[in-house]
Design a protein around this ligand. Structure first.
Ligand SMILES: C[S@@+](CC[C@H](N)C(=O)[O-])C[C@H]1O[C@@H](n2cnc3c(N)ncnc32)[C@H](O)[C@@H]1O
Length: 277
């Protein structure tokens, strides 16, 4: 009997690549960052975002990052042949995002022709308004990562110490009150974050997926299960579709709690998958 042809309604991948992506964990060590995006304290790798975009969309579809930072998701979308849009609150990061997008378009040449990659400087809480204002088409996929609460303000954070020595590098995102990274009350932070993600429903195509890259955070010796809280609360708005765990194995271990208490060196992020029903 002839083998049934593989019909693929979600993406343009072959069955082998599709299956490989369905493993619930993966190791991805970010490549060295380009100097123009070093200023931003916490970006995700374009290479990682591209793999997700290629799984959750087809060529020519529309990708959104409502907290776009320096535009990694937009660059990844261009490389994958998808349209994209990013919102970023900090004007300096939005400008860097515009520059990296332009550079990427120039280096891709013909392959990027006809693809739009729009950077909007503004508050993600207003995305539904921007969609109307800029006449954006319905969104097929969201990939994004929020501020990890106000952790960048934690003075002792190891990475922060190194960045502080180099004045050109930011240690936190901004002083803007709309910046979610400036909210010190955990419940309020979570509430406003969930509200932003929930508001994207109005622009998302039915059946579209959202990937949120996030970590649980430790503050003052206490664990705040940000990833799990987000999964639970946002799971009441979208269908929660499990996670993929992004592991990094290129980070030096720090001797937290050595000889007295168990304190993990947390080298993984959750890539939470949601779907609009
Ligand atoms: C984890 S970073 C995102 C990095 C981005 N994925 C990248 O790879 O460059 C979170 C971003 O959210 C932005 N942000 C915080 N509050 C925001 C808001 N209300 N609206 C839009 N962006 C916001 C911060 O300025 C920061 O750039």
């Amino acid at each position: 009997m002839a083998k049934k042809p593989f019909t693929n309604r979600l993406n343009d991948l072959d069955p082998k690549t599709w299956l490989k992506f369905q493993k619930s964990w993966f190791v991805h060590n970010p490549p060295r960052r380009q100097p123009n995006v070093l200023r931003h304290p916490a970006k995700f790798p374009e290479t990682l975002a591209q793999e997700f975009i290629e799984f959750f969309t087809k060529r020519g579809q529309m990708v959104l990052d409502p907290m776009a930072g320096t535009g990694s998701a937009l660059v990844a979308a261009l490389r994958a042949g998808r349209h994209s849009c990013g919102v970023e609150l900090n004007p300096a990061y939005a400008e860097i995002a515009r520059q990296v997008v332009e550079q990427e378009q120039a280096s891709l040449g013909e392959a990027a022709q006809g693809l739009t990659a729009r950077v909007i400087q503004g508050d993600a809480a207003r995305f539904a308004d921007y969609a109307g204002e800029y006449q954006l088409p319905p969104v097929d996929y969201v990939i994004t990562s929020p501020p990890y609460w106000d952790m960048l303000r934690a003075y002792g954070a190891q990475t922060q110490k190194k960045r502080r020595q180099t004045q050109a590098l930011d240690v936190f995102y901004s002083d803007d009150p709309a910046d979610l990274g400036n909210i010190d009350d955990y419940d309020e932070f979570l509430h406003r974050l969930v509200k932003i993600y929930a508001s994207l429903q109005t622009v998302l195509r039915p059946g579209a997926y959202l990937t949120i890259i996030v970590k649980n955070v430790k503050k003052g010796g206490k664990l705040y299960p940000l990833a799990w809280d987000l999964a639970r609360q946002l799971g009441q708005v979208y269908q929660l579709k499990d996670e993929r765990i992004w592991c990094q194995d290129d980070i030096r271990l720090a001797p937290y709690g050595l000889g007295s208490a168990w304190v993990s060196n947390t080298f993984h992020h959750y890539c939470l998958q949601f779907r609009k029903g």
